[in-house]
Design a binder for this molecule. Structure first.
Ligand code: FAD
Length: 383
């Protein structure tokens, strides 16, 4: 065996969790695998929407990251404060950690600085916000619910639309739907634009059929928490309850390390996920990857997952000197919850030459149940 190596993974979210598991499995015991996160628990984000509707509790969709210690993955609880490429070290939780290989999976940070804190405005893209919003949705009986996408890119391009469908379903069940106006406000021209116009128009039609207004191509200026108004460049809209997707940005620590480009995210090789530095990789939401059609690869757990597998395989192959190297193919898929215990399923390859070759399956119970099984499998398999 080669000299013992230390592989450090920053971030125990979707990408980091899988990467740590896979590398640990591939490497001999003598090599160290460290996973660093500022949170003690891993959250399975796809279930956050179910929590928003009280179909899940916090403890059902989280797992403590220190469970991974029993697999030989050393969990370090602490905020990553500095990455030093010259010294090949990171500073986290008052410790200096030296690495031979570094994988950055720190995700996207939500910038809530311009969002007023009132009891009518909720950031449903984080656990705390979703829990508070759940109580408010439960009490809501009349008026307008606005779902606002502040800016692009944002993670899980389907989630705001799913939220609209699930609100529609909830209030129909309660017999309140005719008293509640559900509207979506977005800078996008079509839902999930990177997936192409066929999928975008299909979702747009589904929204129309459910009486959910799709307001598009909007540039947000500000949110007024006193008057409950959203100000766009060309109009002002009122709301009684605002569910907001805050602006996303890369965590400060990767910007300070000089890893980001003018997009504000880390450019990574589309196939190997290597950054501009050797032995340093970036995966998942923190990256920016240009597609052949000029758009960027969406931010979604499914990509973080497949990228993590590729990077883990390739680092292990390099360290152990065996096995073939792999490449990320650009394939991805997503579920689209629409209520009535039904979901749609869209998937395809984002790396195809002109535009992504995507296919959307008709919504049905099968996809909803597949997502439930996936949730159970995830929280069992990776812990
Ligand atoms: C409501 C909702 C629903 C979603 N549903 C789906 C879905 O159905 N399918 C899908 O594919 N995707 C979905 N996503 C998107 C998916 O969750 C993300 O794309 C995915 O988690 C990205 O993985 P990641 O590893 O890049 O980042 P993350 O999973 O966000 O992990 C980043 C980790 O880094 C940690 N971190 C950040 N900064 C620091 C620091 N300085 N120091 C230490 N730790 C730090 C964070 O605590 C976090 O644990 C959803 C997202 C939301 C919000």
């Amino acid at each position: 065996m080669d000299k013992e190596k230390t592989v450090i993974i920053l971030g125990g979210g979707s990408g980091g969790l899988i990467c740590a598991n896979k590398i640990r499995k591939y490497l001999h015991e003598g090599h160290r695998v460290l996973l660093v996160d500022k949170k003690e628990n891993h959250l399975f984000y796809p279930s956050l929407l179910w929590l928003l509707f009280d179909w899940r509790k916090q403890e059902q969709i989280e797992r403590p990251l220190n469970i991974l210690n029993k697999k030989g993955i050393e969990f370090i609880y602490g905020e990553v404060e500095k990455i030093d490429f010259i010294d090949m070290s990171v500073y986290a939780g008052n410790r200096k950690l030296n690495y031979d290989y570094l994988i950055i999976s720190l995700g996207a940070q939500l910038n809530t600085s311009k969002i007023p804190k009132t009891d009518t405005i909720y950031n449903f893209y984080c656990l705390e916000g979703a829990m508070l919003a759940q109580k408010k949705i439960n009490q809501f009986s009349e008026g307008r619910i606005a779902i606002l996408i502040s800016s692009s890119p944002f993670k899980c391009p389907a989630a705001p639309y799913e939220t609209g469908f699930l609100l529609d379903y909830l209030f129909r069940k309660k017999g309140l739907r005719d008293r509640i106006d559900i509207q979506i406000f977005t800078p996008e021209s079509l839902p999930m634009p990177t997936a192409g116009p066929i999928i975008g128009n299909t979702i747009k039609q589904m929204l129309e059929q459910k009486g959910i207004k799709f307001n598009h191509d909007l540039k947000l200026l500000s949110i007024d928490g006193k008057t409950d108004e959203i100000k766009f460049t060309d109009r002002t809209e009122k709301f009684n309850l605002l569910l907001i997707v805050p602006p996303h940005q890369a965590p400060e620590v990767v910007k300070d390390a000089g890893l980001t480009d003018p997009t504000g995210w880390i450019p990574a090789d589309p196939k190997t996920l290597q950054t501009k530095y050797e032995k340093i990789y970036a995966i998942g939401d923190v990256t920016t990857i240009k597609l052949p059609n000029g758009k960027n690869l969406p931010k979604a757990g499914v990509f973080a997952h497949y990228q993590a597998e590729v990077v883990a395989n390739n680092i292990a192959s390099e360290i152990e000197g065996r096995g073939l190297k792999k490449q990320f193919s650009g394939k991805g898929y997503c579920f689209l919850e629409i209520g009535e215990e039904k979901a749609g399923f869209a998937g395809g390859n984002f790396y195809t030459s002109a535009s992504p070759a995507m296919k959307m399956h008709k919504p049905g119970k099968i996809w909803h149940w597949t997502k439930i099984l996936f949730e159970k499998w995830w929280l069992w398999h990776w812990f």
